[in-house]
Structures are given as structure tokens and as C-alpha cells.
Design a binder for this molecule. Structure first.
Ligand SMILES: O=c1ccn([C@@H]2O[C@H](COP(=O)(O)OP(=O)(O)O[C@H]3O[C@H](CO)[C@@H](O)[C@H](O)[C@H]3O)[C@@H](O)[C@H]2O)c(=O)[nH]1
Ligand SMILES: [Mn+2]
Ligand SMILES: [Zn+2]
Ligand SMILES: [Zn+2]
Length: 918
């Protein structure tokens, strides 16, 4: 620094323009402003490199921290949030020294000093501030447009500098894109490393994410319309650059926390190995230090196919991962990456990349051929069961009776990638299964993985995905760490949930598979209370939150966690990780022990800790348990969706999925963990509880819904009306109710950004699910409680082939779930026909009331329309719905024809009319 003194001063020169000295060495009482809170993000305003309080606005000294100030200046509305003075654009000086956050607008007003005084201590005799002897030049506030001497700063040197600065500013208009350019400029120009570090230190105190409020013009009317939904709605924004600056600096060992990623799979026929493989590849290629990521694949089907394809995948990852990282591609699941179209003209693509991409694509095709060969081979099990490549029988031949199996691929001692770099560890786990032992479906599998991973790698955080949910955004782990490693959020956050997004859904999303309303309205809204519910996939957990409270004696530790000293020791590792010297073979032995089927006996697994048992929607239950302990959760929606999965797109599969969810809710409703009566210790927020109650009682609404759907038809058939007589007052109330529901809906759509079509699909599917799956769930749930009949977890099939014409949408499978909605549909159609024919027969005056009744019947049919389409299938692409409507209309017209039959005499007509009506 000394050697370059001149340049150091040069860099200080910039600082002087903004520095407001926080004078602790003055005689009178200093005001401590070091802890000043930023009015934008709520973080500490912090100091400049020289230890002064950072001031963003010279006009009003409104407290804003540097990151917020820079954000506002670069991407925000470029003015002071309080006095609206415009911030100067970001420019570079001629000598390459960037002018960034440290120079706000070079202006000052006379009342400025006053506002400064309150902030930063007393001023000197001339109204000038006390000077800090440690500084090379005194501190002052300068308006270059005014005579400098009028500020009592008769310093020629100063004046020159300002003039010079002005000149340079006019000449140079190079935009600085990031604040790191600033730091580097300093390093090259002045070598002032100390200053740079200090700036980095400042950043270390900044939050890693911020809440982005929704504009009040969108929110206020919404809140007014519906008091119950008075929720503090929020958006969030993460700062990956700050995360990197704090924990992952270039050239230093990364300080990011280790994370274990879990993938669950059970049935390789419904969940094709290629789908799982793509998920695994996207995890192995994730943008995170390789030694801090481990991928665990749980195979609940103990399928050799899954094992062998994972082995192939590990091999392919050695080529795939370096390719992804070198070219920084997205997404890093090859199937989806290669399905993307590249615009070679537009996307400034280098020829070398084009070549490598093509070569990689070929490699992937070859890999796919190998996987498909494995799948073909696995179609029919030989009589003696499967045999592994080394000739020994596959231990998992009986998926209900087999030992625990673990295989470690890649990682520290495994193969390197083709560039010679290490790869994340990949572990195959199939927990032990024996007859007579409850295995608790997915929740059981997840708990086994918690223990295996604690023994082998012990990541401080866990992230779990379904086998079909690949990382669509390679920075997803870092996004999660922006909350988990945040000084403010980290300690109280149990998980960060990402929204579920889907591929391969038909354009109109006929069966509301995207669940947009749930993800973009419900979960987003909950983020403003105590956090979103856990939805089972795409969720990053704080490992500690899964362990419950930790302060207890050794004996009770064993009672809680089971008899594994290695596992118990691991629970004490605050930052995760395992002692470096431990021998893998010993650990593997312990890992086999913790996945044995009797391990959880008389422990708290599934009752108090880990994934909670007792419901096929283990996710809701698990999240609820954490919220009831007072943890908060976070909803993170990065602009590029973090995860993407597949959804069942044919009607029957979709209904079965909804049935499972509804059944899971009923199971919770009738269990000890029911949010209506569980957890009154004051830690679960009231509105959060309300939301949980809503997520578990909804299947019950199917009963009134069914009645409501039948009423219009009933009215039409009997000639009676729902409302006895439409008095003016009654219709007023009715219209008011309708309008208020409608307004809430519209306002909700405004803040959530959900489209009308998505909303309408959701409404339709609510009725379809309500009259089928929800109804069945209520009865099955009661059966479970009363007769002890266990529920099973029917996995949805994940399509692997990309035919693209949505053939899957039209697949028709018979299920009893189809009966009630079909009945309701036919009932209403018959009602319409009967009603119209009745009106035809009863003359002019009966048409008025008829329209009222018809409206309700058509309203029901409109809701069930996608269901009807699903029932009718594709049938050679003829819009079959037209046929149905033609039949309907045909019958109406034929009745009409009968009525005005020109051949019947007037007398006969009168007689028949009388006959109908009397
Ligand atoms: O005994 C079992 C049953 C299922 N699974 C896994 O559970 C996941 C979810 O199954 P899926 O058929 O895809 O169900 P979805 O309805 O699509 O899943 C949603 O709903 C489930 C709760 O019903 C959650 O567990 C899921 O995470 C969530 O994505 C899959 O990875 C399965 O392999 C197991 O590991 N073991
Ligand atoms: Mn799924
Ligand atoms: Zn201001
Ligand atoms: Zn701030």
C-alpha cells in the first residue's frame, strides 16, 4: 500500500465525496450509527471502506445500505426512496477506476448538514465536520456546481480534484455491470487489498436475500375485499453474488455448507430408469463445490435395473458433468437439454462449442441405447431371479424380503471426470425389507436416507426430489443457501420449498396438472405467514430441523435416534461433515446397520423426527410438525424454475393421484397430528394453522359439492327451484355474493400473476376431483380408521418417451372414480332436455324460470367439461364433444317438433297439453 501511496490517495479521493464521518473522537456525545438499519432491506447499513457510515443520499441521508442503493441505482427506480432525488448512473473514470456505490450524486444542500448532524455527530466550528486525524484528507460534502469556498473548504487541491472528477465523468460513460469490477479496479490500480477485504467484510454482513413487496395497488383492494385473507404477501429475491462473496470466494476453499441430495424411486416400470438417470445427472452437474454435494438414490423396489442403470449413469456423468460446467449449459439433465432448440445465429455460439455439443449428444444417444438395453433385459425376470454381472445372485430379487444394500459410486475415492476433476459422491441405497415390518412408504425411505447420509457424508442440509424432478436450474442449491446460510433467516428456517413446475403437459392443461393456483397463490400467500407447506419434492431442509430438539442425555438420544453411536455422534456436528480420517468400510457397515428394518423400533423416527408416518401425503405432515415446533419455512421462486418434473396427464391417473392426496389429508384429519387439535404450544401461527386445516379438510367439501351439482338437474326434472321464490332482496343477495367471489378471484389473480385460463382449469378440476377422488377419499379414510384397512401409495407413471403429440392425454383406463362425475353429468344433461321439453309443453310463461334453472345446470356441465372430454377420448380427432352436443340439441329439437307438430289438430294439442300439466 505504501509503495503506491499516490494511487491510494486517488482511491480515497472517491470516498471523500460521500463520506460522512462518524466522529467518535469529538468532545461531545457521539451518536452511534454503526448499527443503523437499512429502510429497504432491514439489514445493517454498514460502513464504507474507511469506517464511515455509508450514506446513499446526500439530500436526505435516508438510511439505505450499499447493496440496496446499488440495486436501486442499477435496476430499481434510480432515485432516493425518500426524497426521490435521482441517483447518478454508474460510470468509469478514465484511469480505469470505477466509480460505483461510493459516490452518490455529487450534490449537497444547506439543510444537508443538519440531517447529517443527527446521524453522525457534531460538526466543527464552521459548520464543517470534525476531521479525523487518521485520514489523509478532511471530510466534506461537496457540490461541484457551487463555489467550494462557500462551504468553508478553501482547499485548492480539493477543488482541482472535483473539477478533474467532473471532467472524467463527462468523458467516460462506461457502465459498470457489477460491483466486483469496482473491487478489481482498486486492486490493479492501487493494490489496496486491505480496502478490498474490508468491503468484502461489509458485504458479509448483508442479507443474502430480500423480500420484494407486492405493490400496494395490487394488494390493498385485495385485502379490503377479503379480511380472512389478510396475509402479508411477499415476493423474495436472492443475491447469489453476495453468497459467493461471502462463502465461495475465488481462489479460497469454499465455505459453502455440505448438502446431501435425496432421490426417491420405487418402481422402474412406472418410473423409467432414464427419467431417474436424468435427475441424477442434473444433480451431479449442479453448480456447487463437488466435495460438498452427495447424491443418494433410494430404491424402494430393490430393482437390479435401477442399480445397473445407476452404474451406467455414474460412468456417463464423467463426461457429462465437465461438459455442463465448461459450457455453463442449462438445464443439466441431458434429455431436456438436447430437446431444446438452439438458435445458432442468435445465441452467439462458438464453433468449438457446436462441435463438442454434437459429440456429447452422440455420447448421450449411445448411453441411452445402453440404458434401453438394460430396460429391455429387465422386462421378464428369469426363474432363478436376477444375477449380477459378477455372477452372484442379486440380493433384492424379492422386493418385500431382502437385505439392505448400499453402493458408493464416484466421489472422493471414485473415478474422476474426463477433465481429471472430482465428482460428487453418488450412493445407491435400498433399505432392508422383511415381511411383518412396516416400511412406511416414501417417508420410511427418506428416513433411511437421513441416517445413511448422516453416517457417510453428513451434509448440514438435505434436499429431496422425486425421481422425475430434475434440477432445471443448476444454481438451485445456492438459491437455497441464500436463505439457509443467511445470518437472519438461517437459524429459524426449517426448509426452503421451491415451486413444482412440470414438463410435457398439454397446452391447455386440461386436468389442472400444473397446479398453478396452488403454487402461485396458496404457497406464495403462506410465505407471508409462517411459510409454505412442504410438498414432497424440490425442498431443501436444515438437517437439524428433522432431528427435533437436541439437548438430551445419551440414553434418551438412543431412544430418539436408535442404537447407532456413529449416527448420534453425527447429530452433534453443527456444520455437518464427518471426521476426515474415518474409514469408508467401517462407515458402510454402520450405514447398513441404520437401514435395517428393525432399526426404528422403539425410536422416535416417523413419530417425532424425520419424515412423519401415518399419511400417504407424508409431506404435509412432515412440514406441519416442523411449523408446530415454531420453525419458519421459505418459498423460493427463482426466475428460472429450480426443478421440473412430470405429471400424470391422462384422466384416470390424474384422478388417482388426487385420490391419494385427498386420502392423505383425511388420514391426517383423523390422526393425532390433526392441525385442528394438535400443537397448541403457541408456536404455530393461527393463520398457518388455518391453512393446514384447509389442506386437510378439503376432501369433506365433496359431499355438499355433490349435492350442489345434482340440485340443478333435480330442479329441472321436478320443476321446482332451489330458491323458493326469487324476491328482489334475495336476488340482490345472490348477485352480491357472486360479485364478491368474482372480485376476490380477480384481485387474487392480479397479485399472483396467474392467468384466467389457469384459474378456470383449477375451478373445473376442483369440481371434477370433488365429485370423484375427494368423495372416495372420505370413504376410504373412514374405512381405514374403522376397519383398519391400510392405504397404499400408488405411484404415478412418469412418461419417458417424448412422442410430443400428447397421446398419453387420451389414454383411457377404467376406474370406479369415473362413476360419480359421469352420473352427475348425465343427470344434468337429462335435466336440461326434460326442462326444455317441459317448457315447450307448458307455454310461454314457463320459459323465464327455465332459464334460471338451465343456467345452473349448464354451470355444472361447464365445470365437468374437461372430464367429459376425457371420457370420450380422442376417437380419430373428431371433436366428439360436438357429437354429444348434437345429440342433446337433436333431442330438444325433436321434442320441439313434436310440440308444434303441424299435422296434429288443435283439439288434440290442447288435450295433450292438458294431459302433461294436470
Ligand atoms: O413406497 C414408496 C412410494 C413412493 N416413493 C416415491 O415417492 C415419490 C412420489 O411419487 P409420485 O407417484 O410421483 O407421486 P406424486 O403425486 O406425483 O407426488 C407428490 O405427492 C407425494 C405425496 O402423495 C409426495 O411424496 C411427492 O413428493 C409429491 O411430488 C416418487 O419419487 C416415488 O418413487 C417411494 O420412494 N417409496
Ligand atoms: Mn410425481
Ligand atoms: Zn434522499
Ligand atoms: Zn439494504
Amino acid at each position: 500500500m505504501e509503495a503506491n501511496a499516490g494511487l491510494v490517495a486517488g482511491s480515497h479521493r472517491r470516498n471523500e465525496l460521500v463520506r460522512i464521518r462518524h466522529d467518535s473522537d469529538s468532545g461531545s456525545k457521539p451518536v452511534d450509527v454503526s448499527g443503523q438499519i437499512c429502510k429497504i432491506c432491514g439489514g445493517v447499513v454498514g460502513l464504507t471502506a474507511d469506517g464511515d457510515v455509508f450514506v446513499a443520499c446526500n439530500e436526505c441521508a435516508y438510511p439505505v445500505c450499499r447493496p440496496c442503493y446499488e440495486y436501486e441505482r442499477k435496476e430499481g427506480d434510480q432515485s432516493c426512496p425518500k426524497c426521490k432525488t435521482r441517483h447518478e448512473p454508474i460510470r468509469l473514470l478514465t484511469n480505469g477506476q470505477p466509480v460505483s456505490g461510493e459516490i452518490p450524486f455529487p450534490c449537497a444542500t444547506s439543510d444537508y448538514n443538519q440531517s447529517v448532524r443527527t446521524n453522525s455527530g457534531p460538526l466543527g466550528p464552521n459548520g464543517d465536520k470534525h476531521l479525523d486525524p487518521r485520514l489523509p484528507v478532511p471530510v466534506r460534502i461537496v457540490d461541484p456546481s457551487k463555489d467550494l469556498n462557500s462551504y468553508g473548504l478553501g482547499n485548492v487541491d480539493w477543488k482541482e480534484r472535483v473539477e478533474g472528477w467532473k471532467l472524467k465523468q463527462d468523458k467516460n460513460m462506461i457502465q459498470v455491470t457489477s460491483r466486483y469490477a469496482d473491487g478489481k479496479g482498486d486492486m490493479e490500480g492501487t493494490g489496496s487489498n486491505g480496502e478490498e477485504l474490508q468491503m468484502a467484510d461489509d458485504d458479509a454482513r448483508q442479507p443474502l436475500s430480500r423480500v420484494v413487496p407486492i405493490s400496494s395497488s395490487h394488494m390493498t383492494p385485495y385485502r379490503i375485499v377479503i379480511i380472512l385473507r389478510l396475509i402479508i404477501l411477499v415476493n423474495r429475491e436472492t443475491y447469489l453474488d453476495r453468497l459467493a462473496l461471502r462463502f465461495d470466494r475465488e481462489g479460497e476453499p469454499s465455505q459453502l455448507a455440505p448438502i446431501d441430495v435425496f432421490v426417491s424411486t420405487v418402481d422402474p416400470l412406472k418410473e423409467p430408469p432414464l427419467v431417474t438417470a436424468n435427475t441424477v445427472l442434473s444433480i451431479l452437474a449442479v453448480d456447487y463445490p463437488v466435495d460438498k454435494v452427495s447424491c443418494y438414490v433410494s430404491d424402494d423396489g430393490s430393482a437390479m435395473l435401477t442399480f445397473e442403470s445407476l452404474s451406467e449413469t455414474a460412468e456417463f456423468a464423467r463426461k457429462w458433468v465437465p461438459f455442463c460446467k465448461k459450457h455453463n449449459i442449462e438445464p443439466r439433465a441431458p434429455e431436456f437439454y438436447f430437446a431444446q432448440k438452439i438458435d445458432y445465429l442468435k445465441d452467439k455460439i462458438q464453433p468449438s462449442f457446436v462441435k463438442e455439443r454434437r459429440a456429447m449428444k452422440r455420447e448421450y444417444e449411445e448411453y441411452k441405447v445402453r440404458i434401453n438395453a438394460l430396460v429391455a433385459k429387465a422386462q421378464k425376470m428369469p426363474e432363478e431371479g436376477w444375477t449380477m454381472q459378477d455372477g452372484t445372485p442379486w440380493p433384492g430379487n424379492n422386493s418385500r424380503d431382502h437385505p439392505g444394500m448400499i453402493q458408493v459410486f464416484l466421489g472422493h475415492n471414485g473415478g474422476l471426470d474426463t477433465d481429471g476433476n472430482e465428482l460428487p459422491r453418488l450412493v445407491y441405497v435400498s433399505r432392508e425389507k422383511r415381511p411383518g415390518f412396516q416400511h412406511h412408504k416414501k417417508a420410511g425411505a427418506m428416513n433411511a436416507l437421513i441416517r445413511v447420509s448422516a453416517v457417510l457424508t453428513n451434509g448440514a442440509y438435505l434436499l429431496n426430489v422425486d425421481c422425475d424432478h430434475y434440477f432445471n436450474n443448476s444454481k438451485a442449491l445456492k438459491e437455497a443457501m441464500c436463505f439457509m446460510m443467511d445470518p437472519a433467516y438461517g437459524k429459524k428456517t426449517c426448509y426452503v420449498q421451491f415451486p413444482q413446475r412440470f414438463d410435457g403437459i398439454d397446452n391447455h392443461d386440461r386436468y389442472a396438472n400444473r397446479n398453478i393456483v396452488f403454487f402461485d397463490i396458496n404457497l406464495k400467500g403462506l410465505d407471508g405467514i409462517q411459510g409454505p407447506v412442504y410438498v414432497g419434492t424440490g425442498c431443501c431442509f436444515n438437517r437439524k430441523a428433522l432431528y427435533g430438539a437436541l439437548l438430551m442425555s445419551q440414553k434418551s438420544l438412543e431412544k430418539r435416534f436408535g442404537q447407532s453411536p456413529v449416527f448420534i455422534a453425527a447429530t452433534f456436528m453443527e456444520q455437518g461433515g464427518i471426521p476426515p480420517s474415518t474409514n469408508l468400510a467401517t462407515l458402510l457397515k454402520e450405514a447398513i446397520h441404520v437401514i435395517s428394518c428393525g432399526y426404528e423400533d422403539k425410536t422416535e423416527w416417523g413419530k417425532e423426527i424425520g419424515w412423519i408416518y401415518g399419511s400417504v401425503t407424508e409431506d404435509i405432515l412432515t412440514g406441519f410438525k416442523m411449523h408446530a415446533r415454531g420453525w419458519i419455512s421459505i418459498y423460493c421462486m427463482p426466475p428460472r424454475p429450480a426443478f421440473k418434473g412430470s405429471a400424470p396427464i391422462n384422466l384416470s391417473d390424474r384422478l388417482n393421484q388426487v385420490l391419494r392426496w385427498a386420502l392423505g389429508s383425511i388420514e391426517i384429519l383423523l390422526s393425532r397430528h390433526c392441525p385442528i387439535w394438535y400443537g397448541y404450544n403457541g408456536k404455530l401461527r393461527l393463520l398457518e394453522r388455518l391453512a393446514y386445516i384447509n389442506t386437510i379438510v378439503y376432501p369433506l367439501t365433496s359431499i355438499p359439492l355433490l349435492f350442489y351439482c345434482c340440485l340443478p338437474a333435480l330442479c329441472l326434472l321436478t320443476g321446482k327451484f332451489i330458491i323458493p321464490e326469487l324476491s328482489n332482496l334475495a336476488s340482490m343477495w345472490f348477485i352480491l355474493l357472486f360479485v364478491s367471489i368474482f372480485t376476490t378471484g380477480i384481485l387474487e389473480l392480479r397479485w399472483s400473476g396467474v392467468s384466467i385460463e389457469d384459474w378456470w382449469r383449477n375451478e373445473q378440476f376442483w369440481v371434477i376431483g370433488g365429485t370423484s377422488a375427494h368423495l372416495f377419499a372420505v370413504f376410504q379414510g373412514l374405512l381405514k380408521v374403522l376397519a383398519g384397512i391400510d392405504t397404499n401409495f400408488t405411484v404415478t407413471s412418469k412418461a419417458s418417451d417424448d412422442d410430443g403429440d400428447f397421446a398419453e392425454l387420451y389414454v383411457f383406463k377404467w376406474t370406479t372414480l369415473l362413476i360419480p362425475p359421469t352420473t352427475v353429468l348425465i343427470f344434468n344433461m337429462v335435466g336440461i332436455v326434460a326442462g326444455v321439453s317441459h317448457a315447450i309443453n307448458s307455454g310461454y310463461q314457463s320459459w323465464g324460470p327455465l332459464f334460471g334453472k338451465l343456467f345452473f345446470a349448464i354451470w355444472v356441465i361447464a365445470h365437468l367439461y374437461p372430464f367429459l372430454k376425457g371420457l370420450l377420448g380422442r376417437q380419430n380427432r373428431t371433436p366428439t364433444i360436438v357429437i354429444v352436443w348434437s345429440i342433446l340439441l337433436a333431442s330438444i329439437f325433436s321434442l320441439l317438433w313434436v310440440r308444434i307438430d303441424p299435422f296434429t289438430s288443435d283439439a288434440a294439442k290442447a288435450a295433450s297439453q292438458c294431459g302433461v300439466n294436470c
